[in-house]
Design a protein around this ligand. Structure first.
Ligand code: ADP
Ligand code: MG
Length: 242
């Protein structure tokens, strides 16, 4: 059973077809980096996996459960899937600890003590042992993004989706966030990562997927797709970002 199994996925916004038949599997423990030009449908693809967007056609399975089944318990599905966005969206009036506790309390109905214990564990996991009581305004962008990662991890997800998690960060803060993600990959977390960080994709990805115009143009190990792409569209894209 694959961790994520996407079959014949299509998504239109009105007359604009953004995903035009995507077939993609992510195996348990695998790190898949999705690359491609702006507007190629990368975010929409991730958003269809946790049903932030409703697919127009096709199926998505996460850990065997079909998330596109109309009968599905969408909240149960979302609990299995951690998502990290470009923007961190922390609550400004809550500390790092409070931000990592709140969804555990509200969504998982965890007691205060357990939620706090799990929050502390996960803030430590992202290297913020000393920032538990800081408010978002007192944290750098990279630290805020690490709080957002800890918040997702605290829910105990089976897969983690990252949508350009470092794109909003000052260059000197990118490395810390990528370092945390590298650590998660090493721990065996199943991850689907949309990124423009080619060195991260090259080092960490088990597989790189190049998307353009709402389709998967090619996919394979980074050494193949990034170093020796088989398609002209991939070469053109890489020549712009590398
Ligand atoms: P990427 O993440 O690769 O840059 P997106 O998935 O964000 O691409 O967007 C793909 C296309 O879908 C773009 O043309 C974008 O304008 C369009 N799009 C995305 N979300 C919506 C929406 N909610 N309504 C209408 N068009 C959208
Ligand atoms: Mg995007």
């Amino acid at each position: 059973m694959s961790a994520i199994e996407i079959t014949g996925l299509r998504k239109s916004f009105g007359s604009l077809e953004v995903l035009r038949g995507i077939d993609l599997r992510v195996e348990s423990g695998e790190v898949v980096c999705v690359i491609g030009p702006s507007g190629s449908g990368k975010s929409t693809l991730l958003r269809c996996v946790n049903l932030l967007e409703e697919p127009t056609a096709g199926t998505v399975r996460v850990a065997g459960a079909e998330v596109t089944d109309p009968e599905v318990d969408i909240d149960a599905v979302r609990r299995r899937i951690g998502m990290v966005f470009q923007s961190f969206n922390l609550f400004p009036h809550l500390t790092a600890l409070g931000n990592v506790m709140i969804a555990q309390r509200k969504v998982l109905k965890r007691g205060k003590e357990e939620a706090e214990k799990v929050a502390r564990q996960n803030l430590a996991r992202v290297g913020l042992d000393d920032k538990m009581d800081a408010y978002p305004a007192q944290l750098s962008g990279g630290q805020q993004q690490r709080v957002a990662i800890a918040r997702a991890l605290a829910m105990g997800p089976q897969v983690m989706l990252f949508d350009e998690p470092t794109s909003a960060l000052d260059p000197e803060l990118v490395g810390d966030v990528l370092g945390v993600m590298r650590g998660l990959a090493r721990e065996g977390m199943t991850m689907m990562v949309v990124t423009h960080e080619m060195s991260f994709a090259r080092e960490v990805a088990d597989r790189v997927v190049f998307m353009d115009g709402g389709v998967v143009v090619e996919q394979g190990p980074p050494a193949q797709v990034i170093e020796n792409p088989g398609h002209e569209r991939t070469r053109t894209f890489l020549s712009r970002v590398l």
